[in-house]
Design a protein around this ligand. Structure first.
Ligand code: ADP
Ligand code: MG
Length: 385
């Protein structure tokens, strides 16, 4: 039934809050890895009302286990969600808009080790492929159809750019690290959009081309081991797919951007050395600015502080009229408790505190405590499983 419920979900609309327009935010909880099977699960998903698609994430309070926080999203994908389900529900519906000329931005946010890269890039096996290769595959398929339906009058081509933001500097990932200028590439505003000046573009005719370019460029990414994750990515990686549709002397250009953000973990937990701390400081600053932008949009503020980091300038959250989808990746484990709470606090639309029943707390002497949600809560209380 979970499968059916998820398929009925439609989160590709913008939610208007206090006058501001926030993109849809969905949460994805990753499954336990093979070496985690004996670990405590503290993050769960459910729906606000039976029969509705899942949209609530629950987590106990770290200070008081009898209190539970619940956070509301546009959609929540639990541990069993496949790559295909996530793509079909959240990303595939944006392809039509992309071909109509709207820009589409998809980004994954969360602590290192929660599944951002898995969600965006995914594994090598076909079923494990993430949002990015599926997006490209969808673009090529639709491109062929558009061209065919026009009787060959419309030609569709795809160019790729791929860059990273590392220590608040922009580097072209199609350039090898040795060739990089340390100062990075400058940003400029053009026609209300932020562009990276001097960024290279590669023509990319099919999925095979794409995979070759993508693997080659990923080897140029800045990664370093932290205590949390040996392959932790210390940079924000931004893939831009430029779709060019030409018919006679008319050209329609739109862009799909897919972004794998750097980890949002707390420095104190990762025991970072000095160099890592510099990276973390700039990662945390840009993620902090991102959270302030989300807050400001949510409040309906006129001034969105998106200019305060390169990453948020490029995202132009709330500035463009394209389509943006935020995916918050979460690990269900207790060892991520505080980091999970801080990402939830940043990204969810609504938070509630509820008192939950603790099973096995009082033995024999009295029936289980009856508890009620705190006043104002409209969410059904459920014990954690
Ligand atoms: P991040 O990019 O957020 O640091 P990763 O994508 O590298 O995290 O994921 C951490 C580990 O968890 C990897 O071994 C990855 O394969 C695994 N993983 C993450 N999400 C899933 C998932 N939905 N299903 C199976 N394995 C996953
Ligand atoms: Mg990663």
């Amino acid at each position: 039934t979970r499968h059916l419920r998820v398929l009925q979900q439609n989160t590709n609309h913008l939610l208007i809050m206090g006058g501001g327009v926030l993109p849809p935010i969905v949460a994805r909880i990753r499954p336990l890895l093979d070496n985690e099977l004996d670990k405590d699960i503290i993050v769960t998903a459910d729906s606000s009302q039976d029969g509705k698609p899942m949209n609530i994430v629950r987590i106990p309070s770290p200070k008081n286990e009898s209190e539970e926080f619940s956070f509301q999203f546009n959609g929540v994908y639990d541990m069993g969600t496949t790559q295909e389900e996530l793509f079909t529900n959240e990303v595939a519906p944006t392809l039509k808009s992309l071909f109509q000329g709207l820009d589409v931005t998809i980004f994954a946010y969360g602590v290192t080790g929660t599944g951002k890269t898995h969600t965006m890039r995914g594994g090598m096996k076909l079923s494990e492929r993430g949002v990015i290769p599926r997006l490209l595959s969808g673009i090529y398929r639709r491109g062929r159809k558009v061209s065919k339906d026009s009787g060959g009058e419309t030609s569709v081509s795809v160019n790729l750019s791929y860059y990273e933001i590392y220590n608040d500097k922009v580097y072209d990932l199609f350039e090898s690290p040795e060739k990089r200028s340390l100062a990075g590439l400058p940003l400029r505003e053009k026609d209300g959009k932020t562009i990276v000046v001097g960024l290279s573009e590669r023509a990319c005719d099919d999925l095979k081309d794409f995979e070759r370019l993508y693997i080659e460029a990923n080897n140029n990414r800045s990664t370093a081991g932290t205590k949390l994750n040996a392959q932790s990515s210390r940079s924000h990686a931004i893939l831009m797919v430029k779709l060019i549709q030409t018919n006679g002397n008319e050209t329609l250009i739109s862009t799909a951007s897919a972004i794998d953000l750097a980890g949002s973990e707390d420095n104190r937990r990762t025991e970072n050395g000095k160099e890592r701390m510099v990276e973390s400081a700039s990662i945390n600053k840009s993620l902090f600015v991102l959270s302030q932008c989300v807050d400001a949009i949510g409040r309906g503020d006129k001034r969105i502080p998106y200019r305060e980091s390169k990453m948020t300038r490029i995202l132009s959250l709330g500035q463009n009229n394209g389509i943006t989808i935020m995916i918050l990746n979460l690990a269900p484990l207790r060892s991520y408790h505080l980091d999970t709470l801080s990402s939830l606090n940043v990204s969810s639309r609504a938070k509630r505190i509820e008192v939950r029943e603790i099973e096995n707390e009082v033995v024999f002497t009295q029936p289980p405590r009856k508890t009620a949600p705190l006043s104002g809560s409209s969410i059904q209380r459920q014990p954690l499983r």
